[in-house]
Design a protein around this ligand. Structure first.
Ligand SMILES: Cc1cc2nc3c(=O)[nH]c(=O)nc-3n(C[C@H](O)[C@H](O)[C@H](O)COP(=O)(O)O)c2cc1C
Length: 205
């Protein structure tokens, strides 16, 4: 059996979703997957980025992370997507990339990918669930197989109990409870488990 090919696609202004993506990468590699970690291209005007020193430095620090391409999506058996919550929705940078996947969709190249989504926000009830469900709407159109964490591990509850996908809450300084990364790792392992099961044609019910 060939290794599951996993693409982890994220957007992050100030580093939270980058760290979530890296945690997912670590767990997926440990689970035996071949992983590509890619970022949605920054589209904000330079003046907006430069007005926020954390945003500005994070962009420079992650310059070596490859920018997302359609090949990264077409290549993958499974895709994990991580986006900050923006006014209760998906970050525009991430959505812009998703809106370029129409060519793959038209060729049926998005069907049956195993997908799962994560987010972060600065309020406990800041729209995390709405963001993930909004992202899943696009992925349903892909014909993807959405694998949400549900309550399949105690780490989900400890991270705030979002069954749709891990959501971490950042404080005003951008800090978050790193224990929440256990839920990210569980979610990544679950994606690999389901993708492997599909590859093998095993019944997992
Ligand atoms: C334009 C904008 C809109 C935001 N909207 C929300 C929101 O609706 N709810 C919320 O709780 N936090 C909101 N935030 C805070 C971010 O979601 C939060 O800082 C996030 O954890 C940052 O992730 P990152 O470090 O990966 O960029 C917003 C931030 C910005 C800049």
């Amino acid at each position: 059996m060939s290794k599951v090919k996993l693409t982890i696609l994220y957007y992050s202004s100030t580093g939270t979703n980058y760290r979530m993506a890296r945690a997912a990468e670590e767990a997926a590699k440990e689970a035996g997957a071949e992983v590509r970690l890619i970022r949605a291209a920054e589209l904000a005007p330079a003046a907006a980025i430069e007005s926020n020193p954390v945003w500005n430095s994070h962009l420079k620090e992650t310059a070596e992370v490859p920018i997302a391409t359609l090949d990264d999506i077409g290549w993958a058996d499974a895709v994990i997507i991580s986006t900050p919550t923006r006014f209760g929705n998906v970050a525009a940078q991430l959505k812009q990339f998703l809106d370029t996947t129409g060519a793959l969709w038209a060729k049926g190249k998005l069907e049956n990918k195993v997908v799962s989504a994560m987010t972060s926000a600065s309020n406990v009830h800041g729209g995390q669930e709405a963001t993930i469900l909004s992202l899943y709407t696009s992925l349903y159109h892909w014909g993807a197989i959405v694998v949400a964490p549900g309550y399949t591990d105690s780490s989900v509850v400890l991270a705030g109990g979002n069954p749709y996908g891990t959501s971490l809450t950042t404080d005003m300084s951008g800090n978050f409870d790193v224990n929440g990364l256990s839920a990210v790792k569980h979610q990544a392992r679950r994606v690999i488990f389901v993708a492997e099961a599909l590859q093998k044609g095993w019944g997992i019910c």
